[in-house]
Design a protein around this ligand. Structure first.
Ligand SMILES: [Zn+2]
Length: 142
C-alpha cells in the first residue's frame, strides 16, 4: 500500500509541481534522486511530499541519493498513451534504490518481454525527459 501511495505521489508531482521539478530533473540527469530528509525525525521522503509521512513535520533538507538500485516490479507497455507511440515497446519500472528505502518509478526503453528485465535486475537512473525518469540496466551485471 505504501508503494502505491508513493508512486501516485510521484505521478502527481510530475504533472503539477513545475518549480521543484527542475531540481529533481537536474539530479536525475546526473544519475541521482533528489529526496527530502525530515529535519525532525530524519526520515527520507520523496521530493514530492509536503509533510513527513512518519512524523508530519514540514521542514526538510534536500539530499541527493545515488540512483542505482534494482527492479521491484514493472509493466510492459505495448499500447501507449498519445504521443508515446514512437517509444513502444517500453517498460514502466518501479525500482528500489540501493542507498535508501525509497522506490522510484521510471521509463525503460526497448523492453518487449518480461524475461528481458527480471525482478531484481540491477538498474540505474541516467536521465529525465518527457517520458519521466529514465532507467537502464547497470553495466555492472554483465
Ligand atoms: Zn519526520
Amino acid at each position: 500500500m505504501e508503494l502505491l501511495v508513493q508512486v501516485a505521489q510521484f505521478i502527481f508531482f510530475k504533472v503539477c509541481d513545475l518549480s521543484a521539478k527542475q531540481e529533481f530533473i537536474d539530479a536525475a540527469k546526473s544519475g541521482k534522486i533528489l529526496a527530502r530528509q525530515c529535519k525532525k525525525c530524519n526520515d527520507v521522503n520523496l521530493a514530492t511530499v509536503y509533510f513527513c509521512r512518519k512524523c508530519g513535520n514540514n521542514q526538510f533538507e534536500n539530499i541527493f541519493i545515488d540512483g542505482t538500485g534494482h527492479i521491484e516490479t514493472f509493466t510492459i507497455i505495448t499500447v501507449p498513451p498519445t504521443g508515446f507511440e514512437k517509444y513502444v515497446p517500453y517498460a514502466w519500472v518501479i525500482m528500489k534504490l540501493n542507498d535508501s528505502k525509497l522506490r522510484i518509478s521510471g521509463f525503460m526503453s526497448n523492453v518487449s518481454k518480461p524475461n528481458e528485465i527480471p525482478i531484481g535486475t540491477e538498474v540505474q537512473i541516467y536521465g529525465f525527459d518527457e517520458r519521466g525518469v529514465l532507467i537502464k540496466k547497470s553495466k555492472l551485471c554483465y
